[in-house]
Design a protein around this ligand. Structure first.
Ligand SMILES: [Fe+2]
Length: 347
């Protein structure tokens, strides 16, 4: 039997694809190589946003639109590989939110979970389900899925924080809901510090039964986190790749503070030269203290306080510290762990 000419095969296949296309059917073999890849094929790129460049733009945004008009006055950190999709990584959103003295960002609730990491200024508050907390730099605050939250700034200075949300994860699952109560600020029914007293001291109310997977503690003050990191640095050697690293947890379950977003604080001792590491959770970092650099896949990104940077899934990277460095970071690690997908590799 003579071989069928190559051009004829191609034409025949194309005609077949065209015919079945009309019924919304497509051949797997044309796309299989891009669907199932040997290693993560993320569009997420490494990138660093310098505070000294971003801060004037944040201030400019403050003159262009009010917090009330914007609902949330945020400059989104868009990953260069995911432009126009409001994502810092393939699965997570990040933005820098500004609230000026006297402003209120009105109450709402949504199924997306959010974290706030305080970057600049102090004295503004976040209210979560009837309780306010006054925020300071380095504080980590969560607004759990479907909890009422609003923000206000009774202080005399502008305040900026990093917002991190699981928008893309909730979108993937088509589970988005939003409600606005029609009032600017929610009624406060609990005294400030109440949830910290209940859940923030390695103790729990004796009859407490968790109703959700999210932490009942919504404020993790930097003072405590910093003290823990300082003690760890005195107590022993840092991990060769990521230094002294802690994760924020739900005190009632020991699990993650937010079920969809892992959040971390790490200290790199002065002069630290981290070994290469990679993991499947693309990660967004906020620099709290110190100067250093991250080497990602052959590129070097020097960083300083209030800078933000992103390391993509499975990209080999190494952290270096000139001074003592403190980094906050967040990723989708809890989702990957829950689904047995998380992988990491050191060295
Ligand atoms: Fe919100």
């Amino acid at each position: 039997m003579s071989a069928v000419p190559q051009a004829s095969v191609a034409a025949e296949r194309k005609a077949f694809y065209d015919r079945i296309d009309k019924s919304n059917i497509a051949p797997l073999w044309e796309v299989l190589h891009s669907l199932i890849t040997p290693t993560p094929n993320t569009p997420c790129k490494p990138y660093l946003w310098e505070w000294r460049q971003v801060w004037p733009w944040i201030q400019e945004a403050g003159k262009l639109i009010t917090a009330k008009e914007a609902e949330r006055r945020v400059l989104v950190l868009e990953n260069p590989g995911l432009r126009g999709r409001s994502r810092v990584t393939h699965s997570l959103y990040a933005g820098l939110q500004l609230i000026l003295p006297g402003e209120v960002a009105p109450a709402h609730r949504h199924t997306q979970s959010a974290l706030r990491f305080i970057v600049h200024g102090k004295g503004a508050y976040t209210a979560v389900d009837g309780e306010r907390v006054t925020m300071s730099p380095g504080d980590f605050i969560i607004t759990p899925s479907w909890t009422w939250h609003d923000h206000g700034n009774p202080s005399a200075e502008p305040m900026v924080w990093l917002d991190g949300l699981d928008i893309a994860i909730v979108e993937l699952l088509d589970a988005q809901f939003l409600e606005r109560p029609g009032v600017e600020s929610q009624h406060t029914s609990r005294t400030e510090g109440e949830s910290f007293a209940r859940f923030g001291n390695t103790m729990l109310p004796v009859d407490f039964k968790p109703k959700t997977k999210t932490s009942p503690l919504f404020w993790y003050p930097y003072e405590r986190t910093r003290e823990a990191l300082a003690e760890l640095a005195k107590a022993g050697d840092p991990h060769a790749c990521y230094g002294h690293k802690l994760k924020f947890t739900n005190p009632a379950t020991g699990g993650w503070a937010i079920p969809t977003i892992g959040s971390f604080m790490q200290l790199l001792p002065k002069g630290f030269r981290g070994k290469t590491y990679r993991s499947t959770d693309s990660t967004c970092y906020s620099v709290v203290e110190g100067k250093g650099r991250v080497e990602v896949a052959g590129e070097s990104f020097p960083f300083g306080p209030k800078d933000h940077f992103v390391v993509p899934s499975w990209a080999p990277h190494a952290l270096e510290a000139d001074d003592e460095v403190v980094l906050f970071s967040f990723s989708d690690r809890p989702v990957q762990e829950a689904l047995d997908l998380f992988r990491e590799q050191a060295g």
